[in-house]
Design a protein around this ligand. Structure first.
Ligand code: CA
Length: 114
């Protein structure tokens, strides 16, 4: 399990279950329920390194689509609308991809989510 050292398995399962239907993914809810929101910036950067599958230093749109599969193999891919909303929320400098620092902010800026 890719996030085994960082996150609690039961939390991952609950987070994935909450967005298992297409169109229901909400990154704020997800980061909160999987537990990543409450982790340190260092741990969040570890998660970033896993999601950045080609090690380009950025999470690109195609990697975002496969985001959930980093938490569980066989999880669904995000649909185009979900991917674009996710990218738009994280890409604060507008370069079309999410850097490590942007990712930390994205995960942490979450206070309103339940
Ligand atoms: Ca990448």
């Amino acid at each position: 399990m890719a996030f085994g050292g960082v996150l609690v398995e039961a939390n991952i399962t609950a987070a994935l279950d909450a967005c298992k239907d297409g169109g229901t993914f909400d990154h704020k809810k997800f980061f909160k329920s999987c537990g990543l929101h409450d982790k340190s910036a260092d741990d969040i950067k570890k998660a970033f390194a896993i999601i950045d599958q080609d090690k380009s230093g950025f999470i690109e749109e195609d990697e975002l689509k496969l985001f959930l599969q980093n938490f569980k193999s066989g999880a669904r891919v995000l649909n185009d609308a979900e991917t674009k909303a996710f990218l738009g929320a994280g890409d604060t400098d507008g370069d079309g991809k999410i850097g490590a620092d942007e990712f930390v902010v994205l995960v942490k800026t979450n206070n309103g989510a339940k």
